[in-house]
Design a protein around this ligand. Structure first.
Ligand code: UDP
Ligand code: LCN
Length: 806
């Protein structure tokens, strides 16, 4: 990158750079983000009356493109440049165009000075650096392979087996010996006492199996295998057992990456899984649309169902039906005594449609009943988590009659609890973020002190750092969740280096090139959400009732607005009313466009209609704003706002009804980590317009099976929708084309079957990796523990004291 700067300075573009720098010095803003920089650059070009294509493909233009931030201090400009995904360089540009590269530490000091929180005379700030702890693990080289960590890990493990066969074959042998189910030995028993013996017996068993027909059932030759030292778990037929043993044989002898992966993925070692999701209202009915309860609950419930099914399938294939094994999945959440009509005050609830998946609710200890008996915002939850983990551990041990085999954390709080549990129980830990708040709230770290009272980001971000580093593996829904796009920083990437002024500096918060990251997107519940054309599966009475509710019914307690012409194409959106979801932005976009109003009605499903119904700060503000917009643009007669919380089956039918009327779905979030509503609308067959900020960018292929919008540009968004509408007017097939491609996209890429197969394969492979690398990780875990006790806990205690006074 320095060459690019040199190239600008060493050419006639130098004059332009000087001018642009001086233009920036005259701006009021001293901290420019990428959008500001691009806007400033185009303003500058217009001001100077440069011809339109003047900068195209110049070095200066490239430099501006790569610059993520510019901070001005006195007459110096600091350019934070992201030359490629997951890397960063910082340069100081002086008035006379001298350029120096500065260090991460200098950058963090600069940011502290920017917010007037730089106090060098008071001593250095605590510096957090997780980098050195990753020395033991392999590293991805090419950023495009980030998010496919398991591939690298398998390559690494198979090359170890080849290069250091003594140590690694021994490790594999020891690993195969440890698996039991309720005290019953699996895979190999005490008759096989060494790695060498294993190798010999595998060959012997293969000779024996070669004489059996493929389909012969395991039960019929179980005892012959047992005498050779092979316990159950290798397969349910002669063919399957042979295949698995051949994989082992090959993994040992030729160390092929794919074979090793396939072999490890078959190891019967996961029967009991905990999915940790403490915050919010976690239930199967009446909770969606409440604050803090949205996609995560949908995701975890569907995942639990999918996991049970997949585990059952795997158990059968492994030949373990002979042991009568019943896999168990527990969703661990909090019990909320004042449960407001939901079942969140029940200790145990079976997950519908499963044999052995449960919601286990453990209460927070009663520090102050005003707080702990009620729903607690995810931003306030921190003081309760450590004791919660201790209490939950006991309950889990009792429910499972032993330890679980895998602990999956969800969101920042769940991941912290997952870390505490995994550490105590010595179990593989997987993290799922759903959304990391740091990149959602702009400048949330730099101004953390100003917003601490409301958001407690000092605890939140510390918890994130600890949990993400402790996790054995991290699953994300998209690639960009980890490292963004060429022009935007990823959510995990934003934890790499940042300042929490007066609290600490993070110089290396997470190793983005570690193999722990894997992209495994969620699916959508195909029993509830399916194409509108599947008339045979739709219930007519439900359709009539919901049509009435959407377009006609008058019920001021739940529905706002009466449509002048209910036949217009519906423009539909459904989300919780939080600021980032930006339903108010969509209303404003609709309000500003007469043409859009002429073609469509705006139909919004958003949990509430009245400020009195919520204690959530953001929700109240959004409700008030939505009413303001409706009045300001006089949207009466053109909008229906439903303050309802729908049962799941109804929400599926709603999308289909909108599709019956050739409507569209709009997801206008300012940022969306993934966006389950997008999958739901697409599988229903609705042309979907979704925000270009975040996950939708990977779900939708623009103009192929949906459309991107930039929700901060209201006119442009309206134009994009109108363009589609007028294309549909001209060509009646167009709507159907996009609709069908949306459906195909979801079925081919976003199913729970794909997700759970992958997750279980990862659990086994990282389980092996955890087994072999435990000693190497101990120093990292000790560091994390120290930070938990010395940094996190005292702050959480202080927050608890504040809560006690409420
Ligand atoms: N949802 C719902 N009723 C509402 C709002 C949302 O049923 O009033 C459901 C919606 O169908 C989807 C989930 O909640 O399954 C929202 O997930 P998404 O990933 O879109 O957003 P999140 O709320 O998790 O940020
Ligand atoms: C949280 C979000 O914000 C959404 O973008 C996701 O779809 C949801 O969780 C499920 O992961």
């Amino acid at each position: 990158m320095s060459e690019l700067i040199e190239a600008v300075i060493g050419s006639e573009e130098k004059g332009d750079l000087r001018e642009f720098a001086s233009f920036l010095r005259q701006q009021e803003k001293r901290y420019l983000l990428r959008n500001d920089i691009l806007t400033a650059f185009s303003e500058y070009a217009t001001n100077r009356q440069k011809p339109e294509n003047f900068y195209k493909s110049s070095n200066l233009e490239k430099l501006i493109y790569y610059t993520q931030e510019i901070i001005r201090e006195d007459s110096n400009l600091y350019l934070i440049i992201r030359p490629k995904i997951a890397s960063q360089e910082v340069y100081r540009l002086t008035e006379d165009l001298a350029v120096d590269r500065i260090t991460v530490q200098e950058l963090l000091d600069l940011r502290d000075r920017f917010v007037n929180h730089f106090h060098p005379h008071e001593g250095d700030l605590l510096e957090l650096d997780f980098g050195p702890f990753y020395d033991y693990s392999p590293t991805i080289r090419d950023p495009k392979n980030i998010g496919n960590g398991v591939q690298l890990l398998n390559r690494y493990l198979s090359s170890k087996l080849l290069q250091e066969p003594g140590q690694w074959q021994e490790a594999l042998f020891n690993f195969l010996r440890v698996h039991t189910y309720n005290g019953v030995q699996l895979l190999i028993d005490e008759r096989i006492r060494s790695q060498q013996q294993l190798s010999d017996r595998v060959k012997k068993a293969l000779t024996f199996l070669n004489d059996l027909p493929n389909h012969q059932s395991y039960e019929e030759f179980r005892f012959e295998l047992q005498t050779m030292g092979f316990a159950p778990g290798w397969g349910n037929t002669a063919g399957r057992v042979r295949e698995t043993l051949e994989m082992l044989d090959e993994s040992i002898d030729s160390s092929d990456r794919q074979t090793l992966e396939a072999f490890l993925s078959r190891i019967p070692m996961v029967f009991k899984i905990v999915l940790v999701s403490p915050h919010g209202w976690f239930g199967q009915e009446g909770v969606l649309g409440r604050p803090d309860t949205g996609g995560q609950v949908v995701y975890v419930l569907d995942q639990a169902k999918g996991l049970e099914k997949q585990l059952q399938e795997d158990i059968t294939l492994a030949g373990l039906d002979v042991l009568n094994i019943h896999p168990k999945v527990i969703i661990l959440t909090r019990l909320i005594p004042n449960s407001d009509g939901t079942r969140c005050n029940q200790r145990l609830e079976k997950v519908y449609g499963t044999e052995n998946a449960w919601i286990l609710r453990v209460p927070f200890r009663e520090f102050n009943p005003n707080m702990t008996n009620n729903w607690i915002s995810r931003f306030e939850i921190w003081p309760y988590l450590e004791t919660y983990a201790i209490d939950a551990e006991k309950e889990l041990l009792a429910e499972f009659h032993g330890r679980p085999d895998l602990i999956v954390g969800n969101y920042s709080d769940g991941n912290l609890v997952a870390f505490l549990l995994a550490r105590r129980l010595k179990v593989t830990q997987c993290n799922i973020a759903h959304a990391l708040e740091k990149s959602k709230y702009l400048f949330s770290n730099l101004y953390w002190q100003e917003s601490e009272e409301a958001y407690h980001f000092s605890l939140h971000f510390t918890a994130d750092l600890l949990a993400m580093n402790a996790a054995n593996f991290i699953m994300t829904s998209t690639y960009q969740e980890i490292v963004g796009t060429p022009d935007s920083v990823g959510q995990y990437e934003s934890y790499k280096c940042f300042t929490m002024p007066d609290l600490y500096h993070v110089v290396n918060g997470i190793e983005l090139f570690s193999p722990k990251f894997n992209v495994v997107a969620p699916g959508v519940n195909e029993n509830v959400y399916f194409p509108y054309t599947r008339h045979e599966d739709r219930i007519e009475s439900d359709r009539d009732r919901l049509e009435q509710m959407l377009f006609e019914r008058e019920d001021p307690t739940q529905i706002f607005g009466k449509l002048e012409d209910p036949r217009k194409h519906p423009l539909f959106s459904m989300a919780r009313l939080d600021r980032i979801k930006n339903l108010t932005g969509l209303a404003e976009c609709f309000g500003k466009s007469q043409e859009l109003q002429a073609h469509s009605n705006l139909i919004l499903i958003a949990g509430k209609l009245r400020v009195e119904e919520t204690t959530d700060r953001e929700e109240r503000a959004e409700i008030e704003k939505l009413y303001r917009i409706i009045d300001e643009y006089n949207l009466h007669g053109k909008i229906r706002w439903l303050g309802v919380r729908l049962p799941k089956s109804d929400s599926g039918e709603i999308y289909r009804i909108i599709a019956d009327r050739q409507g569209i779905f709009v997801q206008p979030a300012l940022f969306e980590a993934f966006g389950l509503t997008i999958l739901e609308s697409m599988i229903s067959g609705l042309p979907t317009f979704a925000t270009q900020f975040g996950g939708p960018l990977e779900i939708i292929q623009d103009k192929v099976n949906g459309f991107y919008i930039n929700p901060t540009h209201l006119d442009e968004t309206a134009e994009r929708i109108l363009e589609f509408i007028s294309k549909c007017d001209r060509d009646p097939h167009y709507w159907h084309e996009i609709s069908q491609r949306a459906i195909d996209r979801v079925y081919s890429t976003y199913t729970w079957k794909i997700h759970t197969t992958r997750l279980l394969s990862l659990a086994r492979i990282y389980g092996f990796w955890n087994f072999t690398s435990q000693e190497n990780r101990e120093d990292l875990l000790r560091y994390i523990e120290s930070l938990f006790y010395l940094l996190f806990k005292p702050r959480a205690q202080r927050l608890l004291e504040q809560h006690m006074q409420r």
